[in-house]
Design a binder for this molecule. Structure first.
Ligand code: ADP
Ligand code: MG
Length: 728
């Protein structure tokens, strides 16, 4: 037996087929890496109250009462079985005597889907496995493993199958350990066979903990090796050096800056300048606090590349943002952005905007300028990725607000260079260190923590609209005061309104940042809508102010016109969806009122709030919710209001999201190899694995001396490739 042996050769054909079909377990390796979800102990039964309708669960319990009665409305009988374990009880329901030999006093495992009947939760016709006297010692153990299971393969079938492998191999002796001996010694990790034995058949919680630590290392190290290999491969790719040349755009940008660069901006700028000068492409992630000034850092890098004869492309997630970038870059460069025009400086270049909504003629012209190289700076949305957009010499790709783009899109744009261009990815908000090390693990990272000085900062509070309606009145009053003082305001709502279906607007293909769904369907009213709120404000608390709306259903021209009017202070209050979330920059806006704030995610709120922290005046952000602050969601809002540290909020955000959603991006293999590793709890382990992975690959021999590890890495890399192919 080896790890590659098909299960069909070791288990019965029926079991093997069921495992393959319902759990995607094909080989001995798959089964051994199918770890228990948890361990059942007598006296610690999962409480039915804690379970959600629809959950599929397995519990260990003893039969307490069995009562059978005839059904009233149809033939047949119904048996109700109460099981418990001293700590709690639950109700099982069987129809027509399908309850076999469930006798009072018997212990067993019961597996089923939690259902509800007349508002009481129950377990309808569950599968069960009775623990009889002649059963082997497996069931006498203190900890009974509960495996991820399906209707066709129950936890106890997995347990018995693992047992079979164990007996056939005499203690997993055939399993070779992929981890190098010295690495294990350094981190005090048990061998793989020992860890597998302990995770599947522990005698104590200590066994489980030690095994889990070791098995997490397998996951973390494999993932980090894949990422490190990608970083190395990228570093060896041939690229084009774009060294700094004086007297060009970059000098002009620096001369035109109306402010001093912060220390962080300068340091990161040096880092980028040096990397752009190498003849291998840069792959760098720039993450920073909202408002830390990432754009100017990117612009300076783009200017350096243009000075060196290349083109730079800036990819933005929305048309509003792309247009704003193009406008502000052109403004900053002045005549240098209008080479070829009458009032342009012939030493300059052209800044071209390329979005999906351009009319055919304008698009043709833009594409031509991109193709003949006269456009040194190209700003756009997804439209940049399309076929037919050809660059004369693409030297740098900047991806703004990366969370809206996938790795594939980044690669699609990269492929438009004659040689691989330099790549700079910017995140919208800070991300936790573990996410930087995994999801973005193939990039080197720079961080901007510092905000430019002279900012007023933002004061935030939660407005509990149902508990304290007077506070909401006060909120509108505050807004009016700010407008009276010459400032402007945003009112953000989760939905557009009118004929949309009540789903939240995101204005982006995939919104990784969406608020976690509280009650699917449920009895909550639909989220507040821009159109309704704007009308109500216009006729009520904000009567007399100049209001405008902005949302994703407007035409690009209308959106653009509205943003211009707002920037020109012709509008006092912009009632909008999250289209204002990313990057919109109007320093005179100082108030933001977020309606139904509970519908938004933590990072999203932090990002939104960043819109009113741009100028010298103090900003004010009011998070309006009808939920009581004592709920988990209320607590999230309080967290947002109480700190302006994006790195801390990123952590809160991670806690409220399902792990898989986050890792999914890095870990696109359908059968995720990350089962135990937690982005929240295993920061130290992931960092250590990253260091070990880099060290392993730093030698010329790479993984040649570690065939076991090489095989694990190859398996993960293949999985990923397979997924890409499927998508294509
Ligand atoms: P973000 O990092 O959130 O993308 P931006 O790049 O949009 O932030 O910058 C936010 C605002 O701060 C912009 O108005 C920008 O002009 C301004 N800004 C950037 N750097 C500085 C600086 N060093 N001093 C003062 N203001 C700055
Ligand atoms: Mg930005």
């Amino acid at each position: 037996m080896t790890l590659e042996t098909p299960l069909s050769r070791v288990l019965g054909p029926k079991t093997a087929t069921a495992m393959a079909e319902s759990l995607e377990l094909h080989t001995v390796r798959d089964l051994l890496r199918h770890y228990p979800r948890r361990y059942a102990r007598r006296g610690e039964m999962t409480r039915l109250d804690d379970l959600q309708v629809g959950d599929r669960v397995t519990v260990l319990a003893q039969v307490r009462r069995v009562t059978t009665r005839k059904m009233r409305n149809r033939p047949g009988s119904l048996t109700e079985v109460t099981v418990g374990d001293g700590a709690g009880e639950m109700q099982l329901v069987f129809f027509n005597r399908k309850h076999g030999n469930l006798r009072e006093g018997a212990w067993g495992l019961f597996a089923g889907t939690v259902g509800e009947y007349r508002r009481t939760k129950q377990f309808a016709h569950p599968d069960f496995h009775l623990i009889t006297g002649d059963d082997d010692e497996d069931w006498a153990r203190a900890l009974i493993p509960i495996y991820p299971a399906t209707k066709d393969v129950s936890s106890w079938v997995v347990q018995k199958s693992v047992r079979l492998l164990l007996d056939a191999s005499g203690g997993f002796g055939f399993v070779e350990d992929p981890l190098p001996e010295d690495l294990r010694a350094r981190h005090g990790l048990p061998s793989l066979p020992a860890a597998l034995l302990d995770v599947h058949r522990p005698t104590s919680q200590d066994d489980v903990d030690r095994a889990a630590e070791r098995l997490k290392w397998d996951e973390a190290l494999t993932l980090q090796l894949v990422l490190a290999a990608r970083r190395r491969a990228a570093a060896l790719e041939p690229g084009t050096a774009r060294p700094r040349r004086g007297g060009g755009l970059l000098d002009a940008v620096d001369a035109a800056l109306p402010f001093e660069l912060t220390e962080g901006q300068r340091a990161v700028g040096e880092e980028l300048a040096a990397e752009l000068s190498r003849d291998h492409p840069m792959h760098r992630l720039l993450q920073g606090e909202v408002g830390s000034g990432k754009t100017v850092v990117a612009l300076r890098a783009m200017a350096q590349v243009v000075d060196a004869g290349g083109q730079a492309a800036l990819l933005a997630p929305t048309e509003v943002l792309a247009a704003q970038h193009a406008r502000s870059i052109a403004a900053m460069l002045g005549p240098l952005a209008r080479a070829g025009e009458l009032d342009g400086d012939p030493a300059g270049t052209r800044v071209v905007l390329l979005t999906g909504s351009l009319r055919a003629a304008a698009r043709r012209e833009a594409r031509a300028a991109v193709a003949d190289g006269s456009a040194g700076i190209v700003v756009g949305t997804h439209a940049l990725l399309q076929e037919g957009v050809d660059f004369a010499d693409l030297g740098l790709v900047v991806v703004d607000e990366q969370h809206r783009f996938g790795v594939e899109q980044r690669d699609a744009l990269r492929a438009k260079g004659n040689r691989p261009p330099h790549v700079l990815v910017m995140t919208a908000t800070p991300i936790p260190r573990t996410v930087a090390m995994t999801v973005y693990g193939d990039l080197e990272t720079s961080v901007l923590r510092q905000l430019p000085s002279g900012r007023g900062g933002v004061a935030s509070s939660v407005v509990p609209a149902s508990d304290k309606p007077a506070w909401l009145d006060r909120a509108w009053e505050r807004l009016r005061e700010e407008v009276a003082a010459g400032r402007q305001a945003y009112v953000v709502c989760p939905r557009i309104g009118d004929d949309d279906t009540g789903t939240a607007e995101t204005d982006a293909p995939d919104d990784a940042d969406g608020a976690p769904e509280e009650t699917p369907g449920g009895d909550r009213r639909p989220p507040l809508a821009v159109l309704d709120v704007a009308e109500a404000l216009h006729e009520g608390p904000l009567a007399g102010l100049r209001l405008a709306v902005l949302h994703g259903r407007m035409t690009p021209e209308a959106k653009e016109a509205t943003m211009r009017a707002f920037a020109a202070r012709e509008v006092d209050v912009l009632v909008a969806t999250t289209v204002v979330e990313v990057g919109v920059d109007v320093p005179n806006a100082t108030v933001m009122v977020v309606m139904d704030a509970d519908r938004f995610g933590v990072s999203q709120l932090h990002q939104l709030r960043g819109r009113v922290a741009r100028g010298k005046h103090q900003g004010l952000c009011l998070l309006v919710t009808e939920l009581p602050l004592t709920t988990a969601t209320g607590a999230r809002l309080t967290a947002v209001a109480s700190t302006s540290d994006g790195f801390e909020l990123a952590r809160v955000d991670l806690e409220t999201r399902r792990e898989g959603d986050v890792l999914g991006a890095a870990q696109s293999g359908r059968r995720s190899n990350v089962k135990l590793l937690s982005l929240l709890e295993d920061e130290e382990l992931i960092a250590a694995a990253r260091t070990e992975a880099a060290a392993l690959l730093a030698t010329d021999r790479g993984l040649a001396d570690h065939p076991g590890l090489a095989a694990e890495v190859a398996a993960l890399a293949t999985d990923e490739r397979a997924t890409y192919l499927e998508k294509a």
